[in-house]
Design a protein around this ligand. Structure first.
Ligand code: PLP
Length: 374
């Protein structure tokens, strides 16, 4: 049996998305910047995709800037806030994706003040500390992810946004793990930037978008042609953009049934692990405010821990690992370190999609039990 439980890393492409992309790859090859009919035909595909994405998240087409994925979108939000919007202070957290953390570190080297908000042991943001950090006089960008990709902890975008507005700070949220899994209504949610990556929602790799609030005017981070309303040079990844729009449409059209199915699998796996693996625990707020596609399992210390992922892989189970730093040379997971996880307990992240089944959960739990107790 082959089981794919690494959907937070990437998801399989949906058939419907592939079908939507094939005509562009095969026949509609024009350069969207060309003014002749070949170009115009392709340009219209991009603009249809842009309108579709915008309407799915209740925003305006001009607020959607297609990028090469989540990493570029995160970079753009942070770097352009500094470059164009006068930001001199970035507030973020130690458990952000490296696309945010390393960009913030780079900004710090250029003299930007970077602060880290305190987190609780589940990965939740200390809102009082955030408010304290916001009280300075500097122009501030808050960059906090909606759901953590390793442990699944969610923040309240509404609450963080309200605090940012109170102190006139910009707010960017990396929504790579939640876009397509929750409804977003940008008419009600007051944010400046959101990031999306298509390959996390059954779309193609190498494409995503940055939502940019229409009140903001940005110069490019990548210079070249005047694509993307002069905000990002480079010939567009047309089939990717078309695939992204289709993937987001599919995901959001069926969001409630996917939620119920996937949350059911996660709850079932928690129950099965608790019934079969004594001493099992969970990193993050697994039974509370948590992304329903991610379950981070904390296992009792064992000499088998070194070969855990390897053994699961040999048994056909794909998942991902990581533990907190256990020695000076071993960096471990910056997320588990950031929330103070016990470094002696191995951690495995199982992440689910609409294609997973209960039988797969049974298989994974039984194999994990076998590895641990045989
Ligand atoms: N942000 C988060 C939370 C992610 O999980 C990822 C992907 O792992 C990214 C950003 C980067 O996205 P991409 O792979 O499209 O560059």
């Amino acid at each position: 049996m082959k089981v794919y439980f690494d959907n937070a890393a990437t998801t399989p492409l949906s058939d419907e998305v592939l079908q939507e992309m094939i005509p562009i790859l095969k026949d509609q090859f024009g350069n969207p910047s060309s003014t002749h009919s070949f170009g115009r035909q392709v340009r219209s595909k991009i603009e249809i995709a842009r309108r579709k994405v915008a309407s799915l998240i209740h925003s305006e087409p001009s607020e959607i800037c297609f990028t090469s994925g989540g990493t570029e979108a995160d970079n753009m939000a942070i770097r352009c806030s500094v470059q164009d919007l006068g930001v001199t202070h970035i507030i973020t957290s130690k458990i952000e994706h490296h696309a945010v953390l390393h960009t913030a570190e780079e900004m710090a080297k250029k003299g930007i003040h970077v602060s880290f908000v305190q987190l609780d042991s589940l990965g939740g943001v200390d809102m009082n500390h955030l408010e304290e950090l916001l009280q300075g006089n500097e122009k501030t960008l808050v960059s906090l992810m909606h759901a953590n990709n390793e442990v699944g902890t969610l923040i309240s975008l509404k609450e963080v946004s309200a605090l940012c507005r109170k102190y006139d700070a910009l707010f960017h949220s990396d929504t790579v793990q939640t876009m397509g899994h929750y409804d977003f209504n940008l008419k009600e949610l007051d944010l400046d930037f959101l990031t999306c990556s298509a390959h996390k929602l059954h779309g193609p790799k190498g494409v995503g978008f940055l939502y940019i609030n229409q009140k903001l005017s940005l110069n490019p981070m990548i210079f070249g042609g005047s694509q993307e309303r002069n905000r990002r040079g480079g010939t567009e990844n047309v089939y990717g953009i078309v695939g992204l729009a289709k993937a987001l449409e599919e995901a959001l059209t069926e969001v409630d049934s996917h939620h119920d199915h996937i949350q059911g699998l996660k709850t079932y796996m928690i129950e099965q692990l608790e019934a079969n693996i004594p001493g099992v625990d969970f990193n993050g707020d697994a039974k509370g405010e948590s992304l329903y596609t991610v379950l981070n399992v904390s296992l009792p210390p064992s000499e088998k821990s070194e070969i855990l992922l390897f053994s699961l892989d040999l048994m056909g189970i794909a998942c991902s690992g990581g533990s907190a730093c256990s020695s000076g040379s071993d960096k471990g997971s910056h997320v588990l370190n950031g929330i103070g996880s016990n470094p002696n307990r191995p951690a495995i992240r199982f992440s689910f999609s609409k294609y997973n089944t209960k039988e797969e959960v049974d298989y994974a739990v039984s194999k994990l039990k076998e590895i641990y107790f045989n």
